[in-house]
Design a protein around this ligand. Structure first.
Ligand code: AHR
Length: 340
């Protein structure tokens, strides 16, 4: 190759490189040095956000049970540990207040809205407003009966399976023969609807097990006691088993049974759901026969999902929580390590 040719190739290369280096020097400082780590999603060419960049809204439904208090604590503590800015509200078991809380979060333009819907229906409009504002909804703990495009994911338990497990456990305890009263959760809520269905699904296999009455105790200890008091007055010794949709109502029922002069856990077998501290103490006292776990410690998984969603990652439509079943024989050994 001749010297003149080599020289012209060199000139062309210099011309190609100069604009690149010039444009780099004119970039704003923030673009040259991102505040977030220099990591990029393949789906999304923007720099990935970290927990400290997030503003997350959480519309809690209330503080009706030991379970709910543990759930709220898990959300708040995880946010504080991760450095997430959390806008938390408590709707005191009132759907209208929960809807207003979501609307407020939309106005505040948070990155993601988490919500445990008090009941399953009545969410289409406000979830539609969040979608129109570009704010993703994560259902935490409870599902809502809305089209799938109105929320990104549901994080929580399999309530149907919890109801089935309660029936399976009770069937063993009573050898397939029982007159059962049921204390259901909040009317219209996903756990009350599904536990009701799952329990009956299994009972079909046990013709000797009859539900003689069923009434809502609204997931609270006080209402559980009131309803059980009236069941005791109405049916007395006829009752041989109780299925309570949560531990708080079972604890209320235990008080009512004692007041009536019978031995809970012995004269009347009791199975409930949650696996809270109160249930373990009742099992140790021999007054509760089993509790099916429903895990409230959703904080870490919730914020992990929120970060993924903000960064454009695809997440599963349902992220189930892992759960067990507990009995009196191991209650004393397990209780010290329980977190709720
Ligand atoms: O949604 C979960 C249920 O709600 C828990 O079983 C109950 O204790 C709570 O109030």
């Amino acid at each position: 190759m001749r010297i003149s040719h080599l020289f012209s190739i060199l000139i062309i290369l210099v011309m190609l490189l100069v604009p690149v280096s010039c444009s780099q020097s004119t970039l704003p400082a923030a673009t040259q040095k991102p505040s977030t780590p220099a990591a990029f999603s393949t789906a999304n060419p923007k720099p990935l956000k970290t927990y400290k960049d997030l503003i997350i809204g959480f519309a809690q439904l209330g503080a009706e049970s030991e379970w709910r208090v543990a759930n709220t604590k898990s959300i708040k503590e995880t946010a504080a540990n991760l450095g997430v800015e959390l806008r938390f509200s408590d709707a005191q078991q009132n759907q209208q207040k929960q809807i207003e809380a979501v609307r407020k979060l939309i106005i505040e333009k948070v990155d993601v809205i988490g919500i445990s819907p008090i009941v399953e229906t009545g969410w289409d409009e406000v979830f539609g407003e969040a979608k129109a504002a570009g704010i993703p909804i994560i259902l935490s703990d409870r599902r809502a009966a809305v089209p799938e495009n109105l929320y990104v994911t549901y994080l929580g338990s399999d309530f149907l399976e919890e109801g089935r497990n309660a029936a399976r456990v009770l069937a063993k305890l009573v050898n397939g023969e029982a007159k059962i009263v049921e204390l259901t959760g909040t009317i219209g809520s996903a756990p009350a609807n599904d536990r009701f269905k799952g329990f009956r699904e299994i009972l079909q296999n046990y013709p000797g097990m009859k539900i003689i009455d069923s009434e809502s105790g609204d997931f609270t200890r006080a209402r559980g006691k009131e309803v059980m008091d009236s069941f005791m007055k109405q049916y007395g010794n006829t009752i041989t088993a109780v299925f309570a949709h949560n531990d708080d109502m079972a604890l209320g029922a235990i008080e009512a049974i004692k007041n009536y002069g019978l031995k809970p856990g012995v004269d009347i077998k009791i199975v409930s759901i949650d696996a809270s501290h109160g249930a373990f103490e009742a099992m140790i006292a021999g007054e509760l026969n089993a509790t099916v776990e429903c895990n409230p410690l959703l904080g870490p998984q919730f914020f992990d999902l929120a970060l993924k969603v903000v960064n454009g990652e695809t997440v599963p439509k349902w992220v189930p929580s892992a759960e067990g079943i507990f009995f009196p024989d191991t209650a004393a050994e397990i209780l010290p390590n329980r977190k709720y």
